[in-house]
Design a protein around this ligand. Structure first.
Ligand code: AMP
Ligand code: GLY
Length: 455
């Protein structure tokens, strides 16, 4: 197949690595690819496996034209902004299969108010919320729910539009800032206690196929201090999660949402990213995204034994129902994000990135690039907030974590920062039948073996 991947982050790099894995399940990254891969705009890391095209990912007709020119069999859209801009619609209108929802369906991520409305119609458990358009309404909603306060920008904000605080003034100030921006609405909601889980559910508009759950570390600093970011690290699987978590989320969250979108005439085909809180009162949706999560994708895809390209094509062409149960490696993965000086605030670009090859010399480590650019001397320099996503794969989370940090130790980037506690502590096991340590929900199998649908 000829596949075009849209985006330029570590998530897209992880997707390209997974797509370039051979048809034999479990081939290591770098095995000869059966597919011809292209990316727009990509990054230097992606460029080692795919042909890069300098096309604006936010321009639907330019992406569709590129897909036509190269004769793509499948286009995979990584980030949310091109989806909301209608890139998937334009590609499909050109008669080319596209993995990614239409602009209308991507509103599940693009508008938190819309997502709440769909969840209410579909009976999906989520936090109680008020959509507010004035500061007075916000003040009333804050007082109705009490502290801690949760205030969310209604529109897209790259994971940074949410403030969770016990300080009422800070909550009001954030709401005021959001209301002054283009979206003009904020969502004030009930605080959800309990560990968070990200579960990616693939859909072709009707059938839902879940991937493995992961946990993301959203705060900038160790011990979950500092501001929210796009994500500073992640791990998968979740040894502490209930064994039936994935089935429950499909049944109570993903399938009803996909059915409701279908009923409305705006079917959701792509990844429904369910951001969940496992509260004492059960699973609640924190948010939906219309795409793979970053950095969770970097730890989910290396564990997938079924070739990714076949599954994404099936989702893009309405054939998910016919896909065999996914197979997973009985392994764990941890990723640590190396961020540029200043992230998540304004960052400094142009610092030399050193040690990628050294890091990848550590068995089990691979380095995914995000905010990088090629330097004139053939090296790599920083060019964004999250610069690298260093991934360690091992037999369990502890081993994968050690491997990931052994890789991070070999990276040099002036002024960079990363969290030192990714996957260091896990939540207490949550009520339900705990999964096996390596692979929740799966029958125990010997390390390194593939397991049927063990996620
Ligand atoms: P979101 O962009 O909606 O995923 O929110 C970003 C982060 O804010 C989440 O990952 C949570 O850590 C936190 N958050 C969002 N909504 C809530 C809530 N209702 N209760 C507690 N924490 C929340
Ligand atoms: N890791 C959070 C996100 O992708 O939105």
């Amino acid at each position: 197949m000829r596949i075009l991947v849209i985006g330029s982050g570590a998530r897209e790099h992880a997707i390209v690595v997974a797509l370039s894995r051979g048809a034999a399940p479990g081939d290591p990254p770098g095995a000869e690819t059966p597919h011809e891969l292209h990316a727009a705009p990509g990054n230097p890391g992606i460029g080692t496996r795919a042909t890069l095209h300098d096309v604006d990912p936010l321009d639907p007709s330019a992406v569709a034209a590129l897909a036509g020119e190269i004769g793509a069999d499948l286009v995979v859209v990584g980030p949310e902004a091109p989806l909301v801009a209608g890139v998937a619609d334009a590609v499909r209108d050109a008669g080319i299969a596209c993995f990614g929802p239409s602009a209308e369906a991507a509103a599940l991520e693009g508008s938190k108010a819309f997502a709440k409305e769909v969840m209410a119609a579909a009976g999906v458990p989520t936090a109680m919320a008020h959509v507010c358009t004035t500061v007075d309404e916000v003040a009333d909603a804050l007082d109705a729910f009490g502290a801690p306060y949760v205030v969310k920008d209604d529109g897209l904000a790259a994971g940074k539009g949410v403030v969770v605080t016990s300080d009422r003034d800070e909550a009001l100030t954030h709401a005021r800032t959001c209301l002054e921006r283009r979206s003009g609405a904020v969502v004030v909601e009930e605080y959800l206690d309990g560990p968070e889980v990200s579960l990616f559910c693939l859909s072709d508009g009707a059938t839902v196929v879940p991937l493995a759950p992961a946990q993301d570390f959203k705060r900038a600093l160790d011990d979950d201090e500092g501001p929210n970011t796009g994500g500073m690290g992640a791990y998968s699987p979740l040894p502490w999660a209930p064994a039936d978590l994935v089935d429950e989320v499909v049944e109570r969250v993903a399938q009803p949402t996909v059915d409701e979108m279908h009923r409305r005439g705006t079917p959701f085909a792509g990844v429904l990213y369910c951001g969940l809180a496992l509260t004492s009162r059960g699973v609640r949706v924190i948010e939906f995204n219309a795409r793979f999560g970053d950095p969770e994708t970097q730890v989910v895809l290396p564990r997938l034994a079924t070739p990714l390209a076949d599954v994404l094509l099936a989702a893009a062409t309405g054939r998910l129902e016919h896909v065999a149960r996914l197979r997973w490696h009985d392994s764990a993965a941890v990723t640590v994000v190396v961020a540029a000086h200043g992230y998540p605030g304004p960052v400094r670009a142009g610092d030399e990135v050193e040690g990628i090859d050294d890091a990848e010399a550590v068995p089990g480590v691979h380095v995914l690039q995000a905010g990088t650019a090629a330097a004139d001397d053939g090296g790599i320099v920083s060019a964004g907030g999250r610069v690298l996503s260093v991934v360690g794969v091992g037999p369990d989370v502890a081993a994968a974590r050690e491997t990931a940090y052994a890789g991070v130790d070999r990276i040099g980037l002036r002024g960079s920062h990363h969290r030192g506690d990714i996957a260091a502590r896990m939540p207490e096991p949550v009520a339900g039948t705990p999964g096996t340590p390596g692979t929740p929900g799966a029958p125990r199998s010997s390390a390194g073996a593939d397991v049927e649908a063990g996620i």
